[in-house]
Design a protein around this ligand. Structure first.
Ligand code: SF4
Length: 487
């Protein structure tokens, strides 16, 4: 059966790539292939044409779309080499495995394959930059064809599984070792789930009311609203993980206490509040920090942005808030960045999509102060030029004197980055860090204090959700080895 499906797929591959599928004077089977091929072309959009506030950037697939899309996959890879898409997935999900399960109509098995490697498979399906990861490596692109829509297939399989009461398999044998996980973001949830699957007693601590860390609070709602995080976290709790929410570990004494009660501690503490550069006038109504802005939208307290919005920053969060500001009704949204487009940390495809949505970019520009009486009315800026490379390796932006100018604005959102948690790290003896980013053994996630392991944004200053998932898994395996005396 597998061989027959594979032969049909190869035939389809040739037909689709040559686009030789006339409808007239053909037998029933050929005509069906033609209809299906048209269907492929019709469903080949990658992001939503609906720009309303909570509309999905990548809408869900229908049953028919999912079947057709899954059938396009060539099921690359084999015993000697993994498929390129799987190699590019930080969580190492068996992509051809789950896609072929969808093509067989076995969504439960597809979800099981996804969740075996990525405990937040449904959330990641919504927020992963697939263009830079699995889909960016799909071999179909080498033929000049659209890559398999892996992200939306992952969402399709996991959504169906969640709707039908899917649950993870529990550990068959438990042990008496206690592990504390600080932070209920993706790294913490991943580490907690993997350890619970291995039979450990795991307790998660987080200062927030809800799970998910930045997935819940800082990723724009056009990528993910709250669902499916509650369902995915409930499944982790069902594995036996104890959640202590609204329980900040915010003093040295509290950290010492949970460390003494634990056999190992995982630090999934992420980063802190937005970096604040204290521009004069930033207390004016209309000036926002990016995290507060996204949280306000996600919690239903929609900001009134007015007509003209400026977003300060050049990263993916800056792009997210700019696109959300446009969805909130702003007529003109401009991103203000102190370097040029070539140095922007945002993903190139995100910049392209933002431009397509009408977002403007003003490069080599830096704000000086915000101006207004009762509310923000304008922003004063000056021009910059690029100098020698700084510690980030990028050209250092330098002020060009005498170039001050004013831009009328109703709202400014600062998306400059987040602060490192240096105070927290100072409470742990012998813990080495690099400018506030925790140093670990890459193979085990263990820090320089052997009782502590770490993962996620606290290591790298902010990367993808799926990389945090990978870090959580690495550390869970590292903790397991350490407690078994193998590390
Ligand atoms: Fe399928 Fe593309 Fe992955 Fe090959 S690289 S297995 S075609 S998704």
């Amino acid at each position: 059966m597998q061989a027959v499906r594979s032969v049909v797929k190869r035939m389809w591959f040739v037909l689709e790539s040559k686009q030789k599928i006339p409808h007239e004077n053909k037998g029933m089977e050929t005509m069906n292939l033609g209809l299906v091929s048209n269907h492929i072309r019709e469903t080949s959009f990658t992001h939503s044409q609906n720009n309303s506030l909570f509309a999905d950037l990548k809408p869900p697939l229908t049953d028919a779309d999912a079947f057709v899309e899954a059938y396009r996959c060539l099921e690359c890879g084999g015993p000697y080499a993994e498929a390129p898409c799987t190699v590019s997935c930080p969580a190492n999900v068996d992509i051809p495995g789950f896609v072929s399960a969808i093509a067989r109509g076995d969504n439960f098995s597809a979800a099981e394959t996804i969740y075996a490697e990525n405990i937040l498979g449904s959330s990641c399906a919504r927020v992963c930059p697939v263009e830079m990861l699995c889909e960016g490596s799909c071999v179909l692109e080498e033929e000049g064809r659209r890559p398999v829509d892996i992200g939306r297939l992952q969402r399709y399989a996991t959504d169906i599984a969640l709707k039908n009461g899917y649950r993870h398999k529990k550990a068959t044998k438990t042990n008496s070792k206690n592990i504390s996980v600080i932070g209920a973001g993706p790294a913490g949830l991943s580490c907690a789930a993997e350890l619970a699957r291995k039979g450990y007693k795991v307790t998660v601590y987080d200062e927030r009311k809800d799970f998910g860390g930045l997935v819940r609070y800082a990723i724009a709602p056009y990528r993910i609203v709250n669902n499916p995080l509650p369902e995915e976290t409930a499944m982790i709790a069902d594995l036996g993980v104890q959640f202590n929410m609204q329980t900040p570990i915010d003093t040295k004494e509290k950290l010492k206490k949970i460390t003494e009660e634990s056999d190992a501690v995982f630090l999934g503490i992420g980063l802190g509040q937005d970096v604040d550069v204290n521009y004069p006038g930033e207390d004016l109504p209309g000036v926002w920090q990016s995290l507060d802005f996204i949280e306000a939208i996600k919690t239903g307290n929609l900001p009134k942005v007015g007509h003209k919005v400026a977003v300060i920053g050049g990263g993916n969060t800056a792009i997210d808030v700019a696109r959300e500001a446009a969805r909130l009704g702003a007529k003109e949204v401009t991103m203000i960045y102190r370097r040029t487009e070539a140095e922007m940390p945002a993903y190139p495809h995100e910049i392209v999509e933002a431009r397509e949505e009408g977002i403007h970019f003003q490069f080599l520009t830096n704000p000086i102060r915000f101006i207004g009486d009762a509310r923000l009315e304008a922003m004063e800026c000056h021009y910059m030029r690029l100098g020698e490379p700084d510690s980030s390796g990028r050209p250092h932006p330098e002020k060009v004197s005498g170039t001050e100018f004013k831009i009328p604005v109703d709202t400014v959102i600062k998306a400059i980055g987040q602060q490192k948690r240096k105070t927290f790290l100072s409470w742990i003896d012998n813990l080495e860090d690099d400018w506030g980013l925790i140093k670990i053994d890459q193979k085990t996630g263990q820090t320089t204090n052997q009782k502590y392991f770490a993962g996620g944004d606290a290591l790298n200053g902010g990367a993808t959700v799926v990389e945090a998932i990978r870090d959580g898994k690495t550390a869970a395996n590292g903790i397991d080895q350490y407690l078994k005396g193998n590390a």
